[in-house]
Write a protein that binds this ligand. Structure first.
Ligand code: PRP
Ligand code: MN
Ligand code: MG
Length: 182
């Protein structure tokens, strides 16, 4: 890893904290979907870590599928208009779907995704996210499973990137201002 210690300001959530919370989320999901078959939909690329750590804790009969989405327009990704780069391979008709995300920031990605997936005739669609920034919300999204509510800071690690870097950190940290040019 390239000089990660110097790039980070502090550790916000340690690997131990993330894993302990995942144990609780997995137990809740197992209880809620007992006797059902569940399709987990991961949103590339950020959700890869959460998905990998979550599925290994579940006893529910699960399948995994993946979507890649991107916001239209330049610069900030807050237009709310989303484009599908990679769609699901799975037909959602009659399925119980759980969207898996690393973070809800403005909520625009998930709010769009939720209505898109709900239009495909599933039995149910819920959301699980490891992180959520309540202060950054531009639209309210009804989220069933939340790992941690965090302050509105620049966070990286555990799937979260800055310019595609730092995703592989096993913890969530805040980025030092010098990295993003402050
Ligand atoms: C990030 C994050 C969420 C989304 C949240 O993904 O992983 O998917 O933004 O932002 P929002 O709530 O404001 O819509 P990003 O678009 O950076 O793609 P990535 O997962 O490949 O990093
Ligand atoms: Mn993402
Ligand atoms: Mg990103």
């Amino acid at each position: 890893r390239a000089d990660v210690e110097n790039d980070l300001e502090k550790v916000l959530l340690s690997q131990e904290q993330l894993h302990a919370r995942l144990d609780e989320l997995a137990a809740a999901i197992d209880a809620d979907y007992a006797g059902k078959q569940l399709l987990l939909v991961g949103v590339l690329k950020g959700a890869v870590m959460v998905m990998a750590d979550l599925v290994r804790r579940l006893h529910t009969d699960v399948q995994m599928d993946w979507m890649a989405v991107s916001s239209y327009g330049s610069g900030t990704k807050s237009s709310g208009v989303v484009r599908i780069l990679k769609d699901l391979d799975t037909d959602l008709t009659g399925r119980h779907v759980l969207i898996v995300e690393d973070i809800i920031d403005s909520g625009l990605t998930l709010s769009w995704l939720l209505s898109n997936l709900r239009s495909r005739g599933p039995e149910s669609v819920e959301i699980a996210t490891m992180l959520r920034k309540p202060e950054a919300a531009k639209v309210e999204v009804d989220v069933r499973y939340v790992g941690f509510d965090i302050p509105n800071e620049f966070v990286v690690g555990y799937g979260l990137d800055y310019a595609e870097r730092y995703r592989n950190l096993p913890f969530v940290g805040t980025l030092a201002p010098h990295v993003y040019g402050a």
